[in-house]
Design a protein around this ligand. Structure first.
Ligand SMILES: NC(=O)c1ccc[n+]([C@@H]2O[C@H](COP(=O)([O-])OP(=O)(O)OC[C@H]3O[C@@H](n4cnc5c(N)ncnc54)[C@H](OP(=O)(O)O)[C@@H]3O)[C@@H](O)[C@H]2O)c1
Length: 329
């Protein structure tokens, strides 16, 4: 089969789209013929050796794929040859075939296209866990999502709306991203490039939450936006740290936490995948139900052949993508 192969950590230009041996499914595994893979910002970090988990070399990157089951291990009962599935993995999805433990795979709703299934992978799971498991989201909460035009951000906006948020405010950079954030469902959008970010974001959030502030901040961005968002939280507000797309890891001012009874938590979604597969399954079923109800619509802005992985990842690195890029092997 063809796959993207990383032989050494470093520039992604060193990775090759090449022939490799087909994976062999074990007794607990299913073999998937991949139709669509999700390109994610963390794939860049993994390939460059900058991610917290370094796969053994050589490896194929890629954290989510959708396709058709072509073989099942002896102990697998939940899937059959021909099942349409999506799978979440630590790495390996940038390939024409993928062998995964059956517990990492989910049956797709009958009408769900493979590109949509791949796009409903990592970023929706991450946003779901951020909202439900880390921020204790409940209907009626107001939510500020930073990076609302990006992969994690747009998923968080849609999930918060779909699950009954009273108001969702997007924080983005620039006019084009404002339009995307509105299109994915934000009720209000704030430009994080504003000169008075420190006070301006709080004023804007107070303005649309009856002077209360927002109950939840979802932050995949970090940097100055994080500090401004912390000030926009309501009494007993919850902030979830997901990533640092700005390249700047912020320092949290503890006095804000004390003064307003604020809780700040981190999320490493892959830990849930390894430690709590049942919750991941419940989350995926919920995500599929919301999609079937027409409440989630992943923003797929680009689709390209898997052989163009480098272009896709450079587009992600240089902010030339809103929403998701899907790779088709
Ligand atoms: N913790 C976890 O389990 C987990 C899971 C998935 C992802 N992540 C992390 O989450 C982060 C985002 O991932 P993603 O897939 O959403 O990436 P993405 O699609 O590239 O989106 C990043 C967003 O952040 C915005 N942004 C970048 N720099 C900014 C700045 N200085 N100020 C304000 N906004 C800025 C981008 O806007 P522009 O497009 O205009 O630059 C874009 O909207 C990454 O760091 C990733 O590693 C963590």
């Amino acid at each position: 089969m063809k796959a993207v192969l990383v032989n050494e950590f470093g520039p992604i230009a060193h990775a090759r789209y090449t022939d490799v041996d087909d994976p062999l499914p074990g007794d607990d595994d299913i073999l998937i013929e991949v139709h669509a893979s999700e390109a994610n910002y963390p794939d860049l970090l993994v390939m460059e050796g900058k991610y917290q988990i370094k796969p053994p070399l050589p490896f194929s990157p890629g954290k989510a794929a959708a396709g058709t089951v072509t073989a099942v291990g002896q102990k697998v009962e939940a899937f059959a040859v021909g099942s349409r599935v999506a799978a979440q993995v630590e790495y390996g999805a940038y390939a024409q075939k993928l062998a995964v433990p059956y517990r990492s795979a989910f049956l797709l709703p009958k009408t769900m296209p493979f590109d949509v299934a791949a796009a409903l992978g990592l970023v929706y799971q991450t946003s779901y866990f951020a909202l439900i498991h880390r921020a204790s989201f409940k209907p009626g909460d107001s939510v500020l999502v930073l990076g609302a035009s990006g992969g994690v951000g747009s998923a968080a906006v849609q999930l918060a709306k779909a699950m009954g948020a009273s108001v969702v405010i997007g924080g983005v950079l620039g006019e084009e991203n404002k339009q995307v954030a509105s299109a994915v469902g934000c009720d209000h959008v704030f430009d994080l490039a504003a000169e008075n970010l420190h006070d301006g974001l709080r004023e804007a959030v107070y303005g649309v939450t009856g002077g209360k502030g927002c109950d939840i901040v979802i932050d995949p961005v970090g940097g100055q936006a994080n500090a401004a968002a912390l000030r926009a939280l309501a009494w007993c507000g919850r902030m979830v740290i997901i990533g640092f797309a700005s390249g700047d890891i912020p320092t949290i001012k503890a006095n804000y936490l004390l003064v307003k009874n604020i809780a700040v938590s981190g999320l490493q979604w892959s830990d849930y995948r390894e430690r709590d597969a049942e919750s991941v399954k419940v989350a995926q079923e919920q995500i599929y139900r919301l999609w079937e109800a027409g409440k989630l619509k992943p923003h797929i802005s680009k689709k390209m052949p898997l052989s163009n992985f480098e272009e896709a990842l450079e587009d992600l690195r240089h902010s030339r993508v809103q929403g998701k890029v899907i790779l088709e092997p």
